[in-house]
Design a protein around this ligand. Structure first.
Ligand code: GUN
Ligand code: FE
Length: 452
């Protein structure tokens, strides 16, 4: 009866609904050759002992040790790969100055393929070690090194969605860091799409090209229109920044007399496979357009503290039917960890709620129903990311990919303070207290890609 590529036995946590977490205690997980969860068997099931009998002691049987737990791999919906080089620096400036003083000079260095190799390899390895099994990347304007990033994801086994960034607007982009012209930008984007779609065929976990206008200010109308057409022609993902900061939001109103959402939609850039970063200033009409077109939000709660001076009303937008996942926004966000971003998502949401109780505080500065619970923020980092990308990822459930992180809570050097056996308490402690050291193994599409 041995037919599975891998069989795991242990306890897993995975979102059941937006509000609820499923606790799969001592389940058996049967993983097929394609890296999908073919079957999950509970200890009450009559097949349980027979399955154990067939696999126990075999090389492809994995029993989690005492203190180890399975979580779905994280899905990071917003990473600027070249900004890994400046992680943790230059966070005291507003967005416009930060881009022009620090970020564009750093990104311009990625014309050097050797430099790109060093930085990108280190980044992808680090994200995997932090439990990130799928990442949506902005590379730079350079086609060659953008392709290299996709190749590194392919080689290291991470599911990478990668965009060659388009910046062709001479009014907003410096001479030293800009596409040569609009036609070249579109042509190179098309070549990039074709190359990554080829590369995808050689991977098990998938690597995908992403049409990537950096944000409206950096692109001409002709480029935005051409990119919408390319995305439709090749059925690709689309990513950009949308209504992030006061400056950027006002710029778009000045140029188009409308909000980012409607401007992007006019160019065919909002569709089922679109993921827009930040979106802090979406109003209800914008949100309805997102929900109608199937456009998702990558919520970047750490970065928003630094560059948006705002809090995304994530609970409200989710309620309006918009798909939401989490993004680190490296390096606007200083942490490569989605654990950190789950924590900040909860903390920021509580700040937004703050003051709403007028019996405590006279000034009613909060927004009601803004809170995100721990379970909801975890949902964004996992299941919500999967829904945003329309891929069967982000849940430990049958017919989903085996993308998991094994958390060791009893590591001598990083022991979590667990003094009881309530599994939901343990889940919460993992969410708030786990460090990268606790991530014992990471698997993507049924392949082990990290172990410490
Ligand atoms: N808007 C345009 N480019 C960027 C970027 O690199 N980071 C952030 N946070 N916002 C942007
Ligand atoms: Fe960003």
């Amino acid at each position: 009866m041995e037919k599975y590529a891998h069989v795991f036995q242990g306890t897993a946590f995975s979102s059941k609904t937006f509000q609820e977490v499923n606790i799969l205690k001592d389940f058996i997980f049967c993983i097929n050759e394609d890296g999908f969860i073919e079957k999950m068997v509970s200890p009450d099931d009559e097949q349980y002992l027979a399955l154990l009998g067939a696999y126990e002691g075999k090389e492809n049987f994995h029993r989690l040790e005492d203190g180890e737990y399975l979580l779905p791999g994280f899905i990071d919906l917003h990473v600027h790969a070249p900004q890994w080089a400046q992680l943790g620096t230059a966070l005291d400036l507003p967005l416009y100055d930060w881009l022009n003083t620090y970020t564009f000079p750093v990104e311009s260095k990625f014309s050097d393929i050797d430099y790109a190799q060093t930085v990108y390899q280190d980044l992808v390895k680090t994200l995997i070690a932090n439990g990130t099994t799928t990442a949506l990347y902005f590379a730079t304007v350079h086609k060659e090194s953008s392709l290299l990033l996709a190749e590194i994801c392919a080689k290291l086994g991470q599911r990478g969605l990668v965009g060659k960034v388009v910046m062709d607007n001479p009014d907003q982009c410096p001479d030293y860091y800009r596409d040569a012209d609009t036609k070249t930008a579109l042509q190179q984007t098309e070549e990039f799409i074709v190359a990554v779609q080829q590369l995808n065929k050689q991977t098990k976990q998938g690597v995908y090209p992403v049409v990537t206008p950096r944000f409206i200010p950096s692109c001409t109308n002709e480029a935005l229109k051409g990119l919408g057409e390319l995305a439709a022609k090749y059925d690709t993902y689309i990513q950009s920044h949308c209504s992030e900061s006061d400056w950027e939001h006002e710029y778009v109103i000045d140029r188009f007399q409308k909000h980012d959402a409607f401007a992007l939609n006019d160019f065919g850039l909002l569709q089922e496979k679109s993921i827009m970063a930040h979106c802090n200033f979406l109003n209800d009409e914008d949100a309805e357009l997102f929900a109608k077109t199937g456009t998702a939000i990558s919520h970047c709660p750490v970065s928003n503290v630094f560059f948006s001076n705002g809090v995304l009303p994530a609970a409200h937008l989710h309620e309006k039917g918009v798909d939401i996942g989490l993004g680190t926004d490296i390096s606007g966000g200083f942490s490569p960890s989605l654990f950190d971003n789950v924590r900040q998502a909860v903390i920021s949401s509580r700040m937004l709620e703050e003051g709403v109780d007028t019996t405590v505080s006279a000034d009613n500065r909060g927004v009601p129903s803004s809170r995100l619970t721990t379970n909801e923020a975890f949902y964004f980092a996992t299941a919500g990311g999967g829904e945003s990308l329309s891929l069967p990822i982000g849940r430990i459930e049958e017919n989903y990919t085996w993308d998991v992180q094994i958390i060791n809570t009893k590591l001598p050097s990083a022991k979590l303070p667990i003094f009881g056996d309530d599994l939901y308490d343990i889940f919460q402690k993992i969410i708030y207290l786990a460090r990268p050291e606790n991530i014992q193994q990471v698997w993507i599409q049924g392949n082990k890609v990290h172990e410490r």
